[in-house]
Design a protein. Structure first.
Length: 502
């Protein structure tokens, strides 16, 4: 989901720097690395959405912006990058890479299996793509030129789990989880793409904060390999200003020499705060189908803008925090309270909070049916995120289910690739029979080729709960009051009841 309101002035220097390196990469296909710095809340993630809005309208040509959150694991970092890329434009990139391969031996762009068969095409490409790359080429060619194995080839290209029989039928020896194979796939997809791939790596400090220096060094090494081995890629790395120097020092000399000069995002000026409020209110009146009042700031005034600007120091996130309590007070006709005053109970939609609420909803749904629900705990001290295991019992019968969900910052946005990872964790425990059924909760806007493919594969055993911020908060509030959420009552009741009918 794109941000609705964009104030371009604070990120105009970043725009200029990023679009400059994109323009250079369009001309020579050489990769570039552009760091973007800023304090917390200044709009680093928002910058991605501003770039996304420009990918089809940049005067020099089109590019494809891909959001890359901090990796969920210190290993398999290339697979994380690949997942982000194919989730954004998987099938389109597959088709473009195939066209590039076919045209290399003099074939016609867009050709199907009616003109060339798989063997004919592969034999003419084997010299150019030996070793590990050969399996990537096989999968791509079978995707278009071999109808019998097209679905298998797509699963391999998406990085789905595959059996030995699947690999043998496809004629490949490797799987996409292996780092070298994944990097070869990224390289080929980037080479075949009609436009440069802009990988927006958000929160560069994340690997260090989660996995320490070893995790950060591995992450930087993967980025360096992509830079060294790939074409047609622009790496944009957002990072907190006060930790960038440490990351820069951690990188080796060759990688530092390839980085463009860092560009800092600017805070809001007083005029930017005013423009932000005016655009926000104009959008509000339009959505309400109400004629806008004469004052574009209404229900705020100039003194509110001055106060918000001074107290926030121009940090967009803090501007919003300053204005929301004042708006609430105006709408409820209550005296304005200081921003520091907070509600006694603030609901944070963390993975643990929502998991506990889902377990409580299952408990409430199961009680009238004589079904007990118990969340199992684990003694595993590893940092690896795992699905929650829940035991349900009815008489002497016991069933186990898994619950997982992405660590979403905002449930009004797509869960992105983190939703795919949550689904993959559930698939693992479904496949090894640890659990009989599973529940995944994802932001309502979640989409993507990898996520949809995975859900389709295990749909008969998976309950998908799609929520936005409002419905997720309602779920937490209702279950904390021992109330089964109205919108989900039948869903949870049917789910627990069906477990014991099999």
């Amino acid at each position: 989901m794109r941000d609705d309101i964009d104030i371009p002035n604070p990120h105009k220097s970043a725009d200029r720097a990023i679009l400059k390196v994109v323009r250079f990469t369009m001309k020579d296909s050489t990769p570039r690395f552009q760091p973007i710095l800023g304090n917390a809340g200044i709009g680093k993630t928002h910058l991605y959405w501003a770039l996304k809005d420009q990918e089809d309208y940049f005067s020099a040509g089109r590019f494809l912006a891909v959001y890359v959150p901090s990796p969920p694991s210190p290993v398999r970092v290339p697979l994380h990058l690949h997942a982000c890329i194919v989730d954004e434009a998987g099938d389109r990139l597959f088709e473009q890479a195939i066209d590039m391969l076919i045209m290399k031996f003099g074939g016609v762009k867009g050709v199907s299996h009616d003109m060339y068969d798989y063997t004919y095409a592969f034999e003419r490409l084997l010299i150019d793509y030996p070793g590990i790359s050969a399996d990537v080429v096989k999968a791509l060619l079978r995707y278009r030129l071999d109808p019998a194995t097209r679905d298998l080839a797509r699963r391999w290209l998406l990085g789905d789990a595959m059996s030995d029989d699947d690999l043998e039928h496809l004629g490949v020896r490797t799987i996409l989880e292996e780092d070298d194979v994944t990097l070869a796939t990224i390289k080929l997809l980037a080479e075949g793409s009609d436009v440069p791939l802009l990988l927006f790596v958000d929160e560069m400090e994340g690997p260090y904060n989660t996995y320490g220096e070893v995790g950060e060094r591995h992450f930087l090494e993967v980025l360096k390999r992509i830079y060294n081995e790939s074409k047609n890629i622009v790496l944009v790395a957002s990072c907190l200003t006060d930790v960038w120097q440490r990351i820069y020092s951690t990188a080796d000399g060759p990688m530092r020499s390839r980085m463009e000069p860092p560009v800092e995002l600017a805070p809001f000026s007083r005029d930017d705060v005013s423009a932000f409020v005016k655009e926000t209110m104009a959008r509000y009146w339009k959505l309400q189908n109400v004629e806008a009042p004469p004052s574009a700031l209404l229900p705020f005034d100039e003194s509110d803008i001055d106060e918000a600007f001074q107290r926030s120091n121009g940090i967009p996130r803090e501007v919003i925090k300053q204005l929301i309590p004042k708006l609430d007070a105006l709408l409820s006709s209550k005296p304005t309270e200081e921003v520091a005053a907070q509600d006694d109970h603030v609901i944070k939609l963390t993975a643990n909070v929502l998991t506990n609420s889902i377990v409580e909803a299952l408990t409430l749904a199961g009680a009238p049916l004589g079904i007990g629900v118990h969340l199992q705990t684990t003694s595993d001290d590893s940092q690896k995120q795992r699905a929650a295991i829940v035991e349900l019992s009815k008489g002497e019968s016991i069933r186990h289910i898994g619950i997982d969900l992405p660590n979403a910052k905002d449930w009004d946005r797509s869960g992105g690739v983190t939703a795919f990872y949550a689904g993959k964790r559930l698939k693992i425990i479904l496949d090894d029979s640890t659990v009989k059924r599973a529940i995944i909760a994802v932001p309502a806007a979640t989409k993507g080729a990898k996520f949809n493919s995975l859900v389709g594969e295990i749909s008969s055993k998976l309950l998908v709960l799609r929520m936005d911020n409002e419905t997720a908060i309602s779920l937490v509030q209702d279950t904390s009051n021992s109330k089964l959420p109205h919108g989900y009552a039948e869903v949870f009741t049917s789910f627990v009841d069906a477990l014991f009918e099999e």
